[in-house]
Design a protein. Sequence first.
Length: 131
Amino acid sequence: MRSMTVLAIPLENTAPAADPAQRLELSVRTSGSVTVVSVAGRLDWATCPALAAELETLHERAAAVAVDLRDVLECDALGVSVLVAAHAACAVAAVPFAVVAPSAPVRRLLHRIGIETLFTVTERAADRPGR
């Protein structure tokens, strides 16, 4: 079964930004037993609520959760906190959680704040989290 939701969230109350760095795009799909949330653009204070809303109850209906961050151009501490909260919710529900192919800015931030080993990191969404 495959499903997809795509959201584009402009940072201002104007027409959608032409620059992908000025918005957040989320897509959700199922790959085997893994629900994959792909994130593209900026993950910061203005866009994190959309990702948080998408991840908030995912652990209740997914066998495993993977968040694909390969197309994240920028990430701040709030973006990391959304990932940590999703990871914690999945852990409580015994649902495997993984970060897929974090972009260089995400890897640097995870390393800088010292939590790069908190998440299972895979390079492909098809790799089942927690294996």
